[in-house]
Design a protein around this ligand. Structure first.
Ligand SMILES: [Zn+2]
Length: 256
């Protein structure tokens, strides 16, 4: 797939789409776990209920111009709103810069963008919504297959394998792993292919490292702290998206 415009142009487009997606995620991360509709009512200040006008919804810029406050009641608008927008826009642009305006770049952008609301919602509510992860997994799989149709079985096998691996862990150790993690693994495998192996390795290593730190800091009390695993999977996925192939290469070299 080749496109007329240069890659930087598509990276800017992806960045803008990412900013808009981040703005939507901010609303979705607030409303979805509370059972509110995503489309009605229109975006409003959570302090004074005033409906926001279109120019207050411009990602990042409106927050900066208004000094991080609601124009109606002066309530602080948390910095996480522009932060989520910037992270989403940055990841989407970076995916296109790295992998080009290609099916692979599109798959990478879908994965990176999806991880943002997944991490926020999992940290706050200890769940990973199907409504976000399943469509993203389907799109990621379709784009990954389109990127290399002759080797369609790589993303299919990686998705099924990663999900099966976490499903076994979830059945054996229900307190530590949920079905949301299993479905997230589908997305990771579909987009990352064989790099899903270093992604899992990084996720489990990071989870174990934090577990050791918490045990050292809080002793037995740490056992009662249920940590969601989604953010670790997301961290592993982002590391593997950019460095997975070289990590696999390093390991293959050592096996000689
Ligand atoms: Zn207000």
């Amino acid at each position: 797939m080749t496109l007329g415009a240069p890659t930087w142009f598509w990276a800017v487009v992806a960045g803008l789409v990412g900013l808009a997606a981040g703005s939507f995620f901010s609303v979705a991360c607030w409303r979805w776990p509370r059972g509110e509709s995503l489309s009605h009512p229109r975006s409003h200040c959570t302090a004074c209920d005033r409906t926001l006008s279109w120019y207050e919804l411009v990602p990042v810029v409106s927050w900066v111009i208004q000094g991080g406050r609601c124009r109606g009641c002066g309530a602080r608008v948390p910095w996480r709103y522009p932060a989520l927008e910037l992270v989403s826009g940055g990841l989407a642009a970076l995916a296109i810069v790295t992998f080009g305006a290609t099916w692979r770049g599109l798959a990478a952008a879908v994965l990176a963008l999806t991880l943002v609301p997944v991490v926020v919602i999992d940290l706050e509510h200890k769940l990973i919504p199907d409504v976000i992860v399943l469509p993203a997994a389907a799109a990621g799989l379709a784009f990954a297959v389109a990127a290399d149709p002759a080797r369609w079985w790589v993303p299919v096998t990686a998705a099924a394998g990663a999900a099966a691996f976490l499903l076994i862990l979830a059945l054996a150790y229900p307190a530590g792993m949920g079905m949301g993690d299993v479905k997230l693994a589908l997305l990771l495998g579909a987009v990352l292919g064989s790099s899903v192996i270093p992604a899992m390795a990084v996720a489990f290593a990071a989870g174990a490292a934090l577990g050791v730190v918490l045990l050292a800091r809080f002793g037995r009390g740490a056992r009662k702290m249920a940590l969601p695993f989604g953010p670790f999977l997301a961290a592993g996925a982002l590391v593997a998206l950019w460095w997975g192939p070289s990590m696999l290469g390093w390991y293959a070299d050592r096996l000689g």
